[in-house]
Design a protein around this ligand. Structure first.
Ligand code: NAD
Length: 259
């Protein structure tokens, strides 16, 4: 079971990461919260997670663009708990622009946060997991890891790369009780997508309903995937029943990638 497991969820101060932290807390995991946020809001989240079942919930910070900060974060996790059982690489950022006009600095940041950070957390977590003969690594990719869309060169490159990293991690751990899998969500209404919705309303001069319709044009369900639906898939991947689910990239996407 999950009770007492130590789970680090990157980018868990918001959106999908927070819903995953909430789900793992209800299962009795000790939660390491991570991500940007106001001190008071983070303190509230720690309290909330402990009330809902986490024996411990503590925030650690690292700017994922900086490998040295990731190393310090992992050291902090060991200081706090002496182990790490579950690693969810969830933090991610987006920027949309045509290739010729794509800001080089945004490309570097997206590759760093959405891909390289997962390499760093994984390489630092694996020795801890091997030491305790159990581990679960879940990478939050995207439908953009499986198919592409214009204007998303950095995001699609990073998410395709993250699926490659997922497969290699699964292979290098294949004979152990450590697994690595990826989740590929379609459109989920989080602050990240809210910003894209607002941008579309402004750019197209349309209201929220019409902007939503345009955003979901490639999602055949015409409905957002919910935060809880993504967290439920993560809960399966970290379960004992998923012991032989390895190197998978499973979509929860309203049939986005079926089309
Ligand atoms: P969000 O913007 O709500 O949350 C992102 C989290 O990452 C926040 O906690 C933020 O503080 C953290 N973060 C961002 N940059 C960071 C940095 N440099 N250092 C440390 N922390 C950083 O986003 P979300 O929509 O919940 O997205 C979470 C993940 O799900 C991302 O990897 C995203 O690509 C993926 N995803 C989202 C959708 C969607 O529709 N929302 C769809 C598919 C995949």
């Amino acid at each position: 079971g999950l009770a007492g497991r130590v789970a680090l969820v990157t980018g868990s101060t918001s959106g999908i990461g927070l819903s995953i932290a909430r789900r793992l807390a209800r299962g009795g995991c000790r939660i390491v919260l991570h991500g940007f946020g106001e001190t008071a809001q983070i303190a509230d989240l720690e309290q909330e997670l402990m009330h809902s079942g986490a024996p411990n919930a503590q925030h650690v910070m690292a700017d994922l663009v900086q490998p040295a900060e990731i190393e310090r974060m992992m050291t902090k996790v060991i200081e706090l708990h002496g182990r790490l059982d579950i690693l969810v690489n969830n933090a991610g950022i987006q920027h949309v622009a045509p290739l010729e006009a794509f800001p080089v600095e945004r490309w570097d940041a997206i590759l760093a946060v959405n891909l390289s950070a997962a390499f760093h957390t994984t390489r630092l977590a694996l020795p801890l997991m091997r030491q305790h003969h159990w581990g679960r690594i879940v990478n939050i990719a995207s439908v953009s890891g499986l198919v592409a869309a214009p204007m998303k060169s950095a995001y699609a490159a990073a998410k395709h790369g993250l699926l490659g990293l997922t497969k290699v991690t699964a292979l290098e751990t294949a004979t152990s009780a450590i697994t690595c899998n990826a989740v590929c969500p379609g459109w989920v209404l989080t602050p990240l997508v809210e910003r894209q919705l607002q941008a579309r309303m402004a750019a197209d001069g349309v209201d929220r309903e019409e902007a939503t319709r345009r955003l979901l044009v490639k999602q055949p369900s015409k409905a957002f995937v919910t935060l809880e639906q993504v967290a439920a898939l993560v809960a399966y991947f970290v379960s004992d029943e998923a012991a032989q689910t390895r190197g998978a990239a499973w979509n929860v996407d309203g049939a986005y990638t079926a089309a």
